[in-house]
Design a protein around this ligand. Structure first.
Ligand SMILES: [Mg+2]
Length: 231
């Protein structure tokens, strides 16, 4: 720790795109699904699935579709576009199996969790499906660093909603948001969420994307190692 006086007691960590590589998990999982249905996993097909899936999750965030429906409907739409009729539930089960076993670490994730755990209490704050997130964190070995894991599905709300953070804070003994730092890769979910919940925020921005004038993070890093400079 660089400073004699510590500013935080608790670090809240996002999972996808911050500790685990979801993009890679999706790509490899969908490639396996396509092959199982006798289709070559071309870049074009993977991109098409990605867009359909993203579109449905946005519709979910707007309250236009339920999660239970989107997880199978995405595959019926996708395969329909490829001219193939499938049972969406069956594809979802197959895909989910691949996703559950996908624990591809972001470079430096294991090392930084080990470092931080010596100094802070760590909690996971993640949007996603509860059983999948638990399995992926266990498979990666990251779960052992965490005091607790808060998944949006269990909370019944999600980042950046205030209700989601209320749910987390009610489960953190002696929670003081002003003594917490939230680290995440999404300006919309993590940084906006942390701002609304009253925590400090650190934007993990490995690709150096342009920021937003409306969403301010207290820190910005290109690789996880940089957290050691101020924590
Ligand atoms: Mg993320």
């Amino acid at each position: 720790m660089g400073n004699a006086e510590r500013k935080y007691d608790i670090i809240l960590l996002d999972v996808d795109g911050t500790l685990l590589d979801f993009g890679l998990a999706e790509k490899l999982g969908m490639a396996a699904v396509l092959r199982a249905y006798g289709l070559e996993p071309t870049g074009e097909r993977l991109a098409l699935y990605h867009d359909i899936n993203e579109g449905l999750w946005s519709a979910f965030e707007r309250g236009e579709v339920t999660k239970d429906r989107l997880v199978w409907e995405r595959f019926q739409i996708f395969f329909g576009r490829l001219g193939k009729e499938v049972d969406g539930h069956e594809v979802e089960e197959l895909y989910r199996g691949h996703l559950d076993r996908s624990a591809y670490l972001i470079p430096g994730a294991m090392d930084i969790c080990r470092y931080l755990k010596e100094r802070y209490e760590l909690y996971v704050v993640t949007n996603g499906t509860s059983s999948t997130q638990y399995k992926r964190l266990a498979a990666s070995g990251l779960d052992g660093f965490m005091k607790d894991i808060f998944v949006s599905e269990d909370a019944g709300s999600q980042k950046p909603q205030k209700e989601y953070f209320d749910y987390c804070f009610s489960r953190i003994p002696g929670a003081r948001p002003e003594r917490m730092l939230l680290v995440g890769d999404s300006l919309h979910s993590d940084i906006m969420g942390g701002n609304a919940a009253g925590t400090a925020t650190c934007w993990y921005n490995p690709q150096g994307k342009a920021g937003s004038p409306d969403i301010k993070a207290d820190y910005e890093i290109r690789n996880l190692e940089e957290l050691k400079d101020f924590l």
